[in-house]
Design a binder for this molecule. Sequence first.
Ligand code: SF4
Length: 824
Amino acid sequence: MKDLIPYIKGPSRYLGNEINTIHKDLNKIEVKFALCFPDLYEVGMSHLGLQILYYILNQDPRIAAERVFAPDIDMEKKLRKYNIPLCTLESNIPLKDCDIVGFSLQHELCFTNVLNILNLGHIPLYSRQRNENHPLIIGGGPISVNPEPISPFLDGFIVGDGEEVILEIVNVYLSWKKEGGKREELLKDLTKIPGFYLPFAFYPRYHLDGTIKEIEELLPHYHKVKRQIIKDLDSAPFPTFPIIPYNKPIHDRLSIEVTRGCTHGCRFCQAGFIYRPVRERSPQKIFKLIEESIKNTGYEEVSLLSLSIGDYCPLKDFLPSLMDELSSKEVALSLPSLRVGTIDKEIMEQISRVRRTGFTFAPEAATQQLRNRINKKIKEEDLFKTAEEIFAKKWPSLKLYFMIGLPGETEEDIKAIAELAKQLAKLGRYKYQITVSLSTFVPKPHTPFQWEHQISIQESQEKIKFLRKMAWRYGFRIRWHAPEQSFLEGIFSRGDRRLHEVILRAWLKGARFDGWRDKFKFELWKAAFEDARLNPYFYLVERSKDEILPWEKIDIGVNIEFLWQERLKSQQGEITSDCRFGTCHQCGVCDFKNVSPIIHKGEKFDLTLEKSQGELEKHKYRLTFSKIDNARFFSHLELINIFHRAFRRAGLKLVYSKGFHPLPRISFALALPVGVESLIETVDVEVYGKYDEGDLLGKINPHLPQGLHITHAMEVPLETTLCPPSTQRFIIDFSPIGLNREKIKEFYKKESFVWQKLRNQKVKQVDLKKLVKYIKEKKNEKIEVALYMPPEGSIKITEAISTIFSLKEEDIARLQILKVGIEM
Ligand code: SF4
């Protein structure tokens, strides 16, 4: 698979040698474990759960855990064209040769990607088609609380916190492998692990109206699968050296999980029920994790993860000390998932000390009546008070999430969304950007709303249309989640096993990346439902209390009667308080022996973070470096990030610009095209403190990825600017495609040799005769080219070569182009 890297978009995503990756000697391990994320690399690498499992598994010397992401469309085409199997990133192991393949299943719109990964990995799609020679295929993540629609494709699912059981699964697998048993025996053995759901141990039968008649239990000891719960986050394993992607992932920052679980009890929110109870990590532990992780990654932003960070009990006490330390290191703090009412002036002041981004809140409903029904305990006056403070602090934007189609919603509730946004826009005197983000309510399993109906696509569209009109009139921005995508989410979220056929047919028709609006093709899904003769609307109707639901055999800990009572309370507009701050409502999750809420309230703690140095004198260093081998695939933007974080990991105290978004004072002489190697690149960096030039090399080089190496460092005056060279010299090896000498002759013969390209809707045209100083033939099908770089701009070496030799992009990718010299 690695051989395809030169020919695809975003090649750095497939290299597999990012900083902090783990490469083991495959001859010395017993289990090859593929951790699959069924979405693009940029999404998967933003997911903390994947990094946690990668760390836990690789801590064990018997296991090599390696990553696999859904290949982008261009990579898929190439894999199919050359019949190359999809492989792991680290050691290029074909998926079919792994022992265990584990999928992280975060949402319902990743199902076709799961099938695609299995198929590209040369693994039969259905569990029943696989034998002892195939890997064990398991899944985990929130989808596991109702995996039925996708269950025929996987062998089993982990329900609950994966950290608890992942190694037990490996142990059972290894014993089975040593004993050489049948595949069915392995699957049966796995059912002894608490939290392991084996779909084929249950057999659903249906009534004529399509509802479930019964779910037969096929194994004598196996009745219900209980969700596994990490008791205490402080003792849970957490990686302080996470992998740092080369390119920009969706969340390009260090993520530290501060709390797991939330007991606000918002009745639509699945996370609020399937991750109970609240377990807070202690402030000391958080400090320690942040300190170590920043050292090991060089990240310039930390995000404190929680379902509702404002509710983290020690937040106010530890934020000032944490920010003292972070701001001295130019590390920004982000607090996603803030709740109105939990953020005040002090918190705002603290987080604005390094960088300011926008604020996001999720009122979900715009009237008190509807908020009471969904148990969203926020008040309008708190929202206005917070907004006032945000505007007073001149934060750039405010984003509000609302749901449409909630149970009990009236026309007034929809109008109130527009009214609320209008008042906020007015409060900010129309100077601040107010964005309303809409999504259609999807009833989720294991919530009090699991019995509710979901509105149709048309109803969603009408509500969105109305609010778009209001947005235009009242001066706020509006964004919305596609109703067609919510429609599918609704079907699969409460779906049953019969839906596997729809998933298969949609995938065969070409459905991929259904969570991406630009790639989502609803017509394929409509056709897939028709072909499978299943009525999609059946899955969106209201369910009765006595109906057997597809997730009947999965016990997340919250008892069904509690959920039903919550539904009734919703109809009465009655609120249920958050148990973390008072009364236990006996939802059923805690036994108060092994599982109970963990809150760090009123505890004393010492801040023991390492103190940074005081202010030192500024110095500027010019570094010459080579960029060869796999480093040739780094884009210029990636290179900036790589150097920035390598300098930070090396312990250099960088100089930053002032303002809302401080940037490091790092500048490169030139941007090298992706795929071109160089022995002579230059970067200037400003730092506090003086360094011996030789020491600087020894300090930085160990923190650079393979292929990047600083060869020379010298101090330059602070006021010096880095000028691009006037000429660059390249050696180009044509041996893979053969050197066409006629083209060189033709070039020399012509008076002018025009290259042109459409850039920013303008035709750029240059005469190559003025830019290419010479083309000299060397030994072994190689040539040397000198490219002039006039101040008004030049072209890339790849553009010059493809024009002179009339080459296609694929041919250029096969050449070895090495920059060997410059003239100033
Ligand atoms: S059992 Fe009580 S304390 Fe535990 S999560 Fe449920 S309501 Fe909260």
